[in-house]
Write a protein that binds this ligand. Structure first.
Ligand code: SF4
Length: 296
């Protein structure tokens, strides 16, 4: 296998020779920690039956406040072959999933692309959702053209210094802009079925961080002014401080109601109409599923 340059980290290590990249992944297999119906996505992704979610272990971004930290370091999870992954997709379809939702898939993109094609050859008909951090490379996303139907991507930072402080990725804003351009090139218009479920399109998520309203507004403004109604915006207030945040005390609280309301008001004033907001008390740890290898 050539030196790994799948994501913007460009580690240039040989994972198949046992070397470990920034994403924490090594070896030739895929590692995943849960495959189950999941209700906690946007309504047009979860529906009433649930999204067929596969949570992959490891992550190229590794944010200090990661809400899925049990799997982000790639310690948790079970190793599987691409053949088994294609079976899992079919099992999720059998269970009634409305789509196949690949969570943090970036570092396994070549294997996932193969597994989706294999599953489709065996009867998979569901839309495929690529649920990623936004820290992607255009070349890698091109592999997914014709395979991924919906890009459900984070856009975390417009501020390079904030990206450096929380994700050790000062190049995040630039990488995320280029990645989003490629995603919209592949899926230029949102398409919904009669059941209200999204079949094709791009949804950009922004998780509001405490004290970072300015960064959040800059993200909303960039996405809306660049893509208008072609991209749905999902503004999230569910940030949950987890233990071990001593070096980042400013993140050791939840987002206030006032902070979130100001972000939503900003989006509305800007003219955003296609999007999702969260209502009520959503910052509960129950939103973080158990990574117990269910369905793997
Ligand atoms: S996918 Fe992992 S090993 Fe490859 S460049 Fe990204 S972080 Fe490094």
């Amino acid at each position: 296998m050539p030196p790994c340059t799948i994501c913007p980290r460009n580690c240039r290590i040989d994972r198949t020779a046992g070397q470990k990249g920034y994403c924490g992944v090594t070896g030739t297999k895929i590692k995943a920690a849960r495959a189950a119906l999941h209700m906690w996505e946007e309504p047009c992704i979860s529906g009433t039956r649930g999204s067929g979610t596969v949570f992959f272990s490891g992550c190229p971004l590794r944010c200090v406040y990661c809400q899925n930290r049990d799997i982000a370091g790639a310690e948790a999870g079970k190793e599987i072959t691409p053949e088994r992954l294609s079976e899992i997709f079919l099992e999720l379809q059998e269970k009634g999933a409305v789509n196949i939702n690949l969570v943090t898939p970036t570092h396994y993109t070549p294997e996932i692309a193969w597994a989706v094609k294999q599953a489709q050859a065996c009867g998979l008909t569901l839309p495929v959702v690529y649920n990623c951090s936004g820290y992607e490379k255009t070349e890698t996303l091109r592999v997914l053209e014709g395979i991924v139907d919906i890009y459900l991507t984070d856009f975390k930072y417009m501020e390079s210094e904030t990206a450096a402080r929380y994700s050790h990725a000062p190049d995040y804003p630039n990488a995320a802009k280029m990645a989003l351009e490629e995603m919209v090139r592949q899926q230029p218009e949102p398409v919904f079925g009669e059941d209200g479920m999204m079949k094709k399109g791009v949804i950009v998520r922004h998780l509001l961080l405490p004290g970072h309203l300015k960064n959040a507004k800059a993200v909303v403004q960039y996405v809306y002014e660049t893509y208008g109604d072609r991209v749905y915006l999902s503004l999230m207030n569910q940030y949950t401080p987890l233990p071990g945040m001593e070096k980042w005390p400013e993140l050791n609280r939840r987002v206030t109601k006032r902070e979130y309301e100001r972000l939503v008001a900003f989006a509305v004033e800007l003219g955003v109409e296609k999007g999702f907001i969260q209502e009520g008390e959503t910052a509960e740890e129950s939103f973080i599923p158990a990574f117990d290898n269910e369905g793997i």
